[in-house]
Design a protein around this ligand. Structure first.
Ligand code: 2HA
Ligand code: ZN
Length: 269
């Protein structure tokens, strides 16, 4: 089957390639750092979703009961974002979850094994679907400045970190309205990391993994990138001020609160 004829799917894969390029050019994706998964089920026909598998079923560590029959584009294990940006179907693949949610198969275009963070991504997609959230995207990346903040104990507090970054520019309060969740250090790719992240997703769309990286979920990959990019801008303003020898004043609580009705935001904390 030629998926090139599916213009909706092709446009989505192009967007993934575009964002993979941004991650590399921003210096957020050293070697194989970071990974992306996007639920593309709604962009494919029944026939496309039923394509014959390219591999034997691969068991999942637990049943993803909400994801039966769903198809995801997932970046490949060990794959570099700089190459995902050039050839997304040579450095990532489409996988289909079994109807019982216990395993997956690769269905296109090549048998590229998914990221080591796959169980973690799927647990998040499963949780988000269960909660009725429209988030189709999980983006994980390694922004230098944001990871740097997680090496400072006072910032491993969701309220302190959120308020500090929000207060650097009004856009941050607007673009990351649900604030930042924090997951204390866990082994990369582990189910412990996945479970701790899912707990944070109850209240947040962006989660910082201590001394490792950032994870964003949303309806659209560009928006997930924008959220992390805006947080990174705030962190750079904060660090620039500190390097110039002063503590940045930050917007006041009142100035931040005034943005809530002005931009129709969800009130948070
Ligand atoms: O894919 O970033 O967390 C490489 C990683 C693991
Ligand atoms: Zn990582």
């Amino acid at each position: 089957m030629n998926l090139q004829n599916n213009t909706c799917l092709t446009a989505e894969i192009d967007r993934i390639a575009e964002v993979a390029g941004y991650l590399w050019h921003r210096g957020w994706a050293e070697r194989n750092g970071g990974n992306i998964s996007v639920n593309v089920t709604a962009l494919m026909s029944e026939e496309e979703r039923s394509m014959p598998p390219l591999c034997a079923p691969v068991p999942l560590p637990e049943a993803m009961t909400m994801l039966g029959g769903q198809v995801f584009y997932v970046t490949g294990t060990g794959c570099r974002m700089r190459y995902v940006s050039q050839e997304p179907f040579s450095h990532g693949s489409l996988i289909r979850i079994a109807e019982d949610g216990n395993s997956y198969v690769i269905i296109a275009e090549k048998p590229v094994a998914p990221t080591s963070e796959l169980p973690s991504h799927l647990l998040m997609h499963n949780y988000l679907l269960e909660k009725g959230r429209k988030n189709r995207v999980v983006l994980h990346t390694h922004p230098t400045d944001l990871i740097g903040l997680t090496h400072c104990q006072p910032f491993l507090d969701s309220d302190k970190l959120t308020r500090t970054l929000w207060s650097m520019i009004p856009e941050c309060r607007i673009i990351v309205p649900r604030g930042i969740g924090i997951v204390p250090y866990e082994i990369p790719g582990s189910m412990a990391l996945a479970r701790a992240t899912v707990r944070q997703l109850a209240e947040h769309d962006v989660v910082f993994w201590e001394k490792h990286g950032i994870l964003a979920t949303g309806e659209d990959l560009i928006e997930c990138f924008d959220a992390i990019d805006t947080l990174s801008k705030s962190a750079q303003i904060y660090f620039s001020a500190r390097m110039a020898g002063y503590e940045p004043e930050g917007m006041t609580a009142g100035q931040l609160d005034d943005l809530v009705p002005a931009f129709g935001l969800e009130k948070f904390q």
